[in-house]
Design a protein around this ligand. Structure first.
Ligand SMILES: CN1c2c(nc(N)[nH]c2=O)NC[C@@H]1CNc1ccc(C(=O)N[C@@H](CCC(=O)N[C@@H](CCC(=O)N[C@@H](CCC(=O)O)C(=O)O)C(=O)O)C(=O)O)cc1
Ligand SMILES: N[C@@H](CCS)C(=O)O
Ligand SMILES: [Zn+2]
Length: 765
C-alpha cells in the first residue's frame, strides 16, 4: 500500500493564534502557561485536521514558537555565553536569542538570522565553537510525539539532522581562527543518539530527519560525515527517513543510497528531473522512496494525473510498499487553509490548495495509487481533472501587449545614459547632499493606528478619502520627524503599505491577493504573498501621489520607494505555467513606468529594493548564471529609464554577497544599502577586494531588535567602515526598514545615527 505524508505544517494557526499569543507574551499580557496552552491548542488542531484528511504520516516536533532551528539550538545547549547568567527563564533566553532583549538591566542583541535556503523564511543561526558543551536540555521531538499521542494522533517526529545543523551554524565569537562548526560533529552526535534512543524507547516507529543541505553542491564533500553519522544513528534510532528538499540530489545520491536509512525523501516539485536517477540508485536497496509531488512552496492545486503518473513510475520500479506520496517540503511556506478566503472568486478558489487542502491531496493521490475505488477518492480525482482543465484553459490566454513589450526589450533599455562616475557628479550638484549622507531604508513604524485605519477601510468603516487624509498626516509626521533630527535624504515612511510586496501586487494586473493567507517570515512576523495568476501590467501609477505629496511638504530631497521585480516575484506565489524570467521581466516593465513617472513628478532619488535577489539564487551552482542574468537585467530594466540626475538606490537586507558580488556591481545602482551591523568587517573587505565602485550604505544598526544602539557603538561601526571604504562613497543608514519598530526606539536609534554621521563629518573632513 502507498502511504501519504506531510513533512511539516504552518505554525501560525488558522486565525494567527500563535502570532498573537507570542506577541502577547512578549508584551507581558500572557503568562508562559497561557502561551504553552495556545501552542498546544494549535498543535492539536493541526494534528487532528491532518489526520482527518487521511494522511498516514503526520509530522510532530516541527512546531515552533519562533524558529525550529532555534529550537534545536536551545535543546542542544547551543546557547551563546552572552545569554547565560542574565537571570532569564529558559523561554526568555530562547526569545532573547531570537529577538534580543533590552529591559530590566539586560541588554543583549539578537543572534544573526539567515534565509532558509531559497525561501522567505529566516532561521536563527546557531553559534558553535570548540567550547560548546552539547547536551540534550529537552527532547522536543519526544514531548510533541507524546502530546500528539495523548490527542489520539500517532505522528512521525521531525528533527533537523546533525550535519545540516552544523553546516547551517556559524563559528561563535571566541572560536579559533578558521574554526568550522562541522569539525565538532563527533561531540554533537551523542546528543542525537540520546534523542533518538528515547524516541525509539517511546515506541516511535519512524523519524523524519531533515538533511536539506544534501541538495547543495557543498554536501558532496561531506560523504564521510554522513556515513559516520547515519551508521552510528541507524542501529539505535526508529526507522530513519532522510529528508531533502528545495532542489536535487545530483551525484550525492550515490552515497546517500548506501546509507543505512529506511527511507529517502526527494523534492519532485522543484526537481522533477531527478526521479529516474534516484530510483536507479535506491532500487538495489530496501530504501522506501518518499516522492515530494505536492508542492510545499506554492499554492497551485496539484495535477493528480501527473502526480499519479510519477508515483506509478516509482511503484513500477520499487513496488507500492516502497513508495510514499508526500508534500515536497514542509508546508510551513504555505498558508493554513483556503477555507479562510471569503473574497476569492469561485474560479480563483478552484485553482489553489493551501496546507490543509494539500494534506487531502497527498492522501487522495496515495489512495489512488493503492488502487482505492472509494467514491470519495474517485470523486476527488474527477473533480481535480475538471479544475486542472479549467486552469489550463485560463493559462492559454495571455495579454498580447505585455508579451510583445517583453519581446521587444533591447540591450539599450538596460543601461543608464552615462557611467556612474559622471552620474555621481551630476547628482551631487542636483541633490546637494552632505558628506556621509544619512538616510533610512524606507518604512517607519507601522503603528497599531495605521494598521487599524487600513482594517477600517477594508471593512468600509471609513471612506477612501478619510483613509487618504490619515495617510497624509502620517507622512507629514514622518517628514517633520526626519527634518527635526537632521536626516539628509528623506523618505515618506511607507504608511500606505500593508507590505512591500503585497501593496504592489494589489495594484498590478495579473495578481490576486488573499485575506488570511499568512506565511511565516521570521519569529512572529508574517506576510501574505500575493499570487501571480496571469500576465502582469501596471494599470496606473502606484506610488507617485504619496511620494509627490511627501516631496511637496519639504525642501529636503525625498527618496521614492519601490520594490524591485525580482523581490516582488520571489515574495509572491509565482505562476507555474510560465518561466520566472518572463514574470520578472513583466514586473520590471511595470516598475520602469513607475520610476519614469516618479522622476516626471519631481522625485530626484528612487530606491528600488531588491532584498530577495540573493535568496532567489538557485541552490545548485550550475543554475546560477542563467538566473543572475535575467535577475540583474530585470533590475536594470526597471531603473534605467531615467536621466543622469536621478539617483537610483537599491537595498539588500542580507550580508551574503560573496557568491553574487559581480552581479551586485552589474546592477549599477548609484547607491546600495546593505545589512552589515551583525556581520564583521569581512563583508566590507569583500566589497573592497572586488573594488566596488558605487556608493554604499552598510547598515550601522540592526533593526530586527527593539534594542537601541548607543551613539558610541554607531561611531565605532562607522570608524571600522571608514578604515575599509573610501569616505566619498559612504552613506549612513540602518540595516533595513523600520516598520517593525516602535517610535520610541526608532527616534532614539536615529538620533544616535545622525550623531554618528556628524562625528564622521568632523573627523573625516
Ligand atoms: C523586509 N522583509 C519582508 C519580507 N517579505 C515580505 N513580503 N515583506 C517584507 O517586508 N521578507 C524579509 C523581510 C522581513 N520580513 C518581515 C515580514 C513581515 C513583517 C511584518 O511586519 N508583518 C506584519 C504584517 C504586515 C501586514 O500585512 N499588515 C497588514 C495587516 C495587519 C493586521 O494584522 N491587521 C489586523 C487589524 C489591525 C489591528 O487591529 O491591529 C488584522 O487584520 O487583524 C496591514 O498593515 O494592513 C505582521 O504583523 O506579521 C515585517 C518584516
Ligand atoms: N523599503 C523597505 C525595504 C525593506 S527590505 C522598508 O523600508 O521596509
Ligand atoms: Zn530590508
Amino acid at each position: 500500500m502507498v502511504l501519504s505524508s506531510v513533512l511539516g505544517f504552518p505554525r501560525i494557526g488558522a486565525n494567527r493564534e500563535i502570532k498573537k499569543a507570542v506577541e502577547a507574551y512578549w508584551a507581558g499580557k500572557l503568562t508562559q502557561e497561557e502561551l504553552t496552552k495556545a501552542a498546544a491548542d494549535v498543535k492539536k488542531t493541526s494534528w487532528t485536521s491532518i489526520q482527518q484528511r487521511g494522511v498516514d504520516l503526520i509530522p510532530s516536533g516541527e512546531f515552533s514558537l519562533y524558529d525550529h532551528v532555534l529550537d534545536h539550538s536551545a535543546a542542544f545547549n547551543v546557547i551563546p555565553k552572552r545569554y547565560v547568567g542574565l537571570g532569564l527563564s529558559p523561554i526568555d533566553v530562547y526569545f532573547a536569542m531570537g529577538r534580543g532583549r533590552q529591559a530590566d538591566g539586560v541588554d543583549v542583541p539578537a543572534c544573526e538570522m539567515k534565509k532558509w535556503f531559497d525561501s522567505n523564511y529566516h532561521f536563527v543561526v546557531p553559534e558553535v565553537s570548540e567550547e560548546t558543551e552539547f547536551k540534550l536540555n529537552f527532547n522536543k521531538a519526544l514531548e510533541e510525539y507524546q502530546e500528539a499521542k495523548a490527542a489520539g494522533v500517532t505522528t512521525r517526529p521531525v528533527i533537523l539532522g546533525p550535519v545540516s545543523f552544523l553546516v547551517l551554524s556559524k563559528a561563535a565569537k571566541g572560536a579559533s581562527a578558521g574554526f568550522q562548526p562541522i569539525s565538532v560533529l563527533s561531540k554533537l552526535l551523542p546528543v542525537y543518539e540520546t534523542l533518538l534512543t528515547d524516541l525509539k524507547a517511546a515506541g516511535v516507529e519512524s523519524v523524519q530527519i531533515d538533511e536539506p543541505i544534501l541538495v547543495l553542491d557543498t554536501a558532496a564533500a561531506l560523504e564521510k560525515q554522513y556515513v559516520s553519522v547515519y551508521e552510528t544513528l541507524a542501529p539505535i534510532a526508529p526507522k530513519i527517513v532522510l529528508t531533502t528538499y528545495f532542489s536535487r540530489l545530483d551525484s550525492n545520491v550515490s552515497f546517500i543510497a548506501k546509507l543505512p536509512i529506511a527511507g529517502l525523501h526527494i523534492d519532485l516539485d522543484r526537481a522533477p528531473g531527478q526521479l529516474e536517477e534516484v530510483i536507479a540508485a535506491v532500487k538495489p536497496t530496501s530504501i522506501v522512496l518518499s516522492l515530494g509531488v505536492v508542492s510545499g512552496r506554492n499554492i497551485w492545486k496539484t495535477d493528480f494525473a501527473a502526480a499519479i503518473k510519477t508515483g506509478q513510475t516509482a511503484i513500477d520500479a520499487l513496488g507500492a510498499d516502497r513508495v510514499i506520496i508526500a508534500t515536497s517540503s514542509s508546508l510551513l511556506h504555505t498558508p493554513v487553509t483556503l477555507a479562510s478566503e471569503k473574497k476569492l472568486t469561485a474560479e480563483q478558489k478552484d485553482w489553489f490548495s493551501f496546507a490543509l487542502e494539500k494534506a487531502s491531496e497527498v492522501s487522495v493521490i496515495a489512495s489512488a495509487l493503492s488502487g482505492s475505488q472509494d467514491a470519495a477518492v474517485t470523486g476527488a480525482l474527477e473533480a481535480n481533472k475538471v479544475s486542472i482543465a479549467k486552469r489550463r484553459e485560463f493559462e492559454s490566454t495571455s495579454d498580447d501587449t505585455v508579451r510583445k513589450r517583453v519581446a521587444s526589450i533591447t540591450p539599450e533599455m538596460l543601461e543608464r545614459k552615462s557611467p556612474f562616475a559622471v552620474r555621481k557628479e551630476v547628482q551631487a550638484k542636483h541633490l546637494n547632499l552632505p558628506k556621509f549622507p544619512t538616510t533610512t531604508i524606507g518604512s517607519f513604524p507601522q503603528t497599531k493606528e495605521i494598521r487599524q485605519a487600513r482594517a477600517k477601510l477594508g471593512k468600509g468603516e471609513i471612506t477612501v478619502e478619510e483613509y487618504d487624509e490619515f495617510i497624509k498626516k502620517e507622512i507629514e509626521t514622518v517628514v517633520r520627524f526626519q527634518e527635526r533630527i537632521g536626516l539628509d535624504l528623506l523618505v515618506h515612511g511607507e504608511p500606505e503599505r500593508n507590505d512591500m510586496v503585497q501593496y504592489f501586487g494589489e495594484q498590478l494586473s495579473g495578481f490576486v491577493f488573499t485575506q488570511n493567507a499568512w506565511v511565516q517570515s521570521y519569529g512572529s512576523r508574517y506576510v501574505r504573498p500575493p499570487i501571480i495568476v496571469s500576465d502582469v501590467s501596471r494599470p496606473g501609477p502606484m506610488t507617485v501621489r504619496w511620494s509627490s505629496y511627501a516631496q511637496s511638504i519639504t525642501k529636503k530631497p525625498m527618496k521614492g520607494m519601490l520594490t524591485g521585480p525580482v523581490t516582488i516575484l520571489n515574495w509572491s506565489f509565482p505562476r507555474a505555467d510560465v518561466s520566472r524570467e518572463l514574470q520578472s521581466k513583466q514586473l520590471a516593465l511595470a516598475l520602469r513606468d513607475e520610476v519614469v513617472d516618479l522622476e516626471k513628478a519631481g522625485i530626484n532619488a528612487i530606491q528600488v529594493d531588491e532584498p530577495a535577489i540573493r535568496e532567489g539564487l538557485p541552490l545548485r551552482r550550475s543554475d546560477w548564471d542563467a538566473y543572475l542574468k535575467w535577475a540583474v537585467d530585470s533590475f536594470k530594466l526597471s531603473t534605467a529609464g531615467v536621466t543622469d540626475q536621478l539617483q537610483t538606490h537599491s537595498h539588500f537586507c542580507y550580508s551574503d554577497f560573496d557568491d553574487i558580488f559581480p552581479s551586485i556591481q552589474r546592477l549599477d545602482a548609484d547607491v546600495i544599502s546593505i545589512e552589515a551591523s551583525k556581520s564583521d568587517m569581512k563583508l566590507l573587505n569583500t566589497f573592497k577586494q572586488y573594488g566596488y565602485s558605487n556608493q554604499i550604505g552598510p547598515g550601522v544598526y540592526d533593526i530586527h531588535s527593539p534594542r537601541v544602539p548607543g551613539d558610541q557603538e554607531i561611531k565605532d561601526r562607522l570608524k571600522s567602515m571608514l578604515d575599509i571604504l573610501p569616505d566619498s562613497l559612504l552613506f549612513v543608514n540602518p540595516d533595513c526598514g523600520l516598520k517593525t519598530r516602535g517610535w520610541k526606539e526608532t527616534e532614539a536609534s536615529l538620533v544616535n545615527l545622525v550623531a554618528g554621521a556628524t562625528w564622521a563629518r568632523q573627523n573625516y573632513a
